[in-house]
Design a protein around this ligand. Structure first.
Ligand code: XMP
Length: 507
């Protein structure tokens, strides 16, 4: 395996960011729940304690036994992590008079300290805590203060233990990456050799060793995660991997054919299944969004299961699960819940072992792996698309005729975004077919036809999103094209709601 930094998660919102920053330094790291410190992992070279929503003196606060870490690995506590180390050693932590949020600057600064090498006096840091360390034990040395916080950073004398009350992982701590680099490289001795290429080599070797000659099935969706997982597995086990791509009839216009062509071009052993008749039959007359999702989720499992059974002796089910999915399901405070499990229950139903080669990667790392594997850019940069597809973009019941109208309008919008160089500037876009008709006039004729809404958002993780401020000229062109070319539509609206309180999809 590979040398790694362990980040023990005490529930802070920014724990993932710590991992991001460290991986950007080409150092491999893993986030684990605060109480899951591995005791016998020879690859660990250092430990970081994250922030937390709790105060160290709260009854419910998460506590750990620091003696399993101190003296064995270099240790850095961030915010709560720093407060916890101080508190657990007899220091005092108290509510801060004024809650200490926002920008501050490092003063009284020990530039000789290895944690602070190369950082400038007065450097801006980001504070975000309701508590503050008011006294540290004798063995602790303050190594930096800010205007309001005397003990902004400390080290335990003669030990490789540091604490910082500010957040080096956030953007507003201007030299935060330098501080993390000082810790992981300067202090822990990381070699900075964790790269996309080394990830691919190690993963392919591990997959070969784990899977041997076993057969594996994988459900492709056209999305980047499952596609990259498939290409990686293909590299490891070739024809022993069978990919199944189910067309539920609710994909974008020509998507099934285009994506199948891409997959075949990548040399994947892929079975495309047109199951649209089954899905349309089961969805007939169904208007309730959650029922649509359930029908499609179950239908997908049935079709996938049936196809997988045609291959003899399958042992494994591979999935494109990525790191944020895993962290969410590990979430110790229970606040983050993955909202869309399309195929939950599939592994159990099929009685297969799970193989998740991307489970340690963030989304942009998945994209970099895809590029390194030679996948085409349009597959890698594809917008997210919901598993139930256009079913959740047709408000009300679903018919083939409505799907066709929506596919045509959506195609004009998406193609337009590409032509105008806007596709990569938005997180996600699509058209929604509304369950209303309105009056219009075309030539001398009065029309009474459908309305569609265009939806385009900017976002970084789909948890929050803003409506994309697309140019008026572009919107005007798309609106004209849709009304002129898509029979059955005479009105186009643009959705200007952000999430929250709206969601990205309308259903
Ligand atoms: P919302 O509408 O909740 O969507 O703001 C957030 C993100 O999730 C996608 N989405 C889904 N993805 N199955 C999926 O695989 C679903 O049922 C589903 N519903 C929404 C949505 O497109 C956006 O990217």
């Amino acid at each position: 395996m590979h040398e790694k930094i362990i980040i023990l998660d005490f529930g802070s919102q920014t724990t993932q960011l710590i991992a991001r920053r460290i991986r950007e330094l080409n150092v491999y790291c893993e986030i684990l729940p605060y109480n899951k410190m591995p005791l016998d992992d020879a690859d660990v070279i250092g430990v970081i304690l994250s922030g937390s929503p709790f105060s160290v003196y709260d009854e419910k606060a998460f506590r750990i036994d620091l003696s399993t870490i101190r003296g064995r690995y270099p240790l850095l506590g961030i915010c709560y992590g720093a407060q916890y180390i101080a508190y657990a050693n007899g220091g005092s932590v108290e509510p801060a008079g004024t809650r200490e949020y926002g920008r501050a600057h490092l003063t009284k600064f020990d530039s000789q300290n290895p944690l602070l090498h190369g950082i400038s006096e007065g450097s801006q840091v980001w504070m975000s805590h309701g508590d503050t360390i008011t006294a540290i034990p004798d063995s602790f040395r303050t190594i930096a203060s800010t205007e309001k916080v005397a003990i902004a950073a400390y080290q335990i004398a003669d030990e490789k233990v540091w604490g910082v009350q500010f957040h080096p992982e956030v953007f507003h701590t201007v030299e935060g990456t330098r501080l993390l680099q000082n810790f992981v490289v300067g202090i822990c001795g990381a070699h900075q050799d964790w790269s996309t290429a080394s990830f691919i080599d190690t993963t392919v070797a591990n997959l070969k060793a784990t899977l041997g000659n076993d057969k594996v099935v994988l459900g492709l969706s056209g999305g980047v995660d499952s596609s990259v997982a498939a290409v990686l597995l293909n590299k490891a086990i070739g024809r022993n991997l069978t990919c199944i791509f189910v067309d539920h009839g609710l994909l974008r216009k020509n998507e099934f054919q285009n994506v199948m062509r891409d997959y075949e071009g990548l040399g994947l052993n892929v079975v495309g299944v047109d199951a649209s008749a089954k899905f349309f039959a089961e969805l007939e007359g169904v208007t309730e969004p959650e029922r649509k999702r359930k029908i499609i989720g179950k239908g997908f499992i049935d079709v996938f299961d049936e196809e997988a059974h045609k291959i003899s002796d399958v042992r494994w089910l591979a999935q494109g699960t990525i790191y944020p999915d895993c962290i969410e399901s590990l979430s110790i405070t229970g606040t983050v819940i993955k909202s869309h499990h399309n195929v939950g229950g599939l592994p159990e139903k099929m009685n297969l072992k799970l193989c998740e080669p991307l489970r340690l990667l963030f989304k942009d790392e998945v994209r970099r792996v895809g590029r390194e594997l030679g996948m085409p850019e349009h597959l890698i940069n594809r917008h997210p698309f919901p598993g139930p597809g256009l079913a959740v973009r047709i408000l009300g019941d679903i018919t083939r005729e409505k799907v066709e109208i929506l596919q045509n309008a959506d195609d004009i919008f998406i193609q337009g975004l590409r032509d105008w160089g806007l596709y990569d500037k938005v997180w996600q876009a699509g058209v929604v077919l509304l369950p209303v008709q309105s009056v219009g006039v075309m030539g001398d004729e009065r029309t009474y036809e459908r309305a569609v809404a265009l939806r385009a958002v900017t976002s970084t993780d789909a948890m929050t999103a803003d409506w994309a401020h697309l140019p008026y000229e572009f919107l005007a062109k798309v609106s004209n094209d849709i009304i002129n070319k898509v029979k059955g539509v005479n009105r186009v609206c643009y959705d200007i709601s952000s999430k929250p309180p709206a969601t990205i999809e309308w259903e």
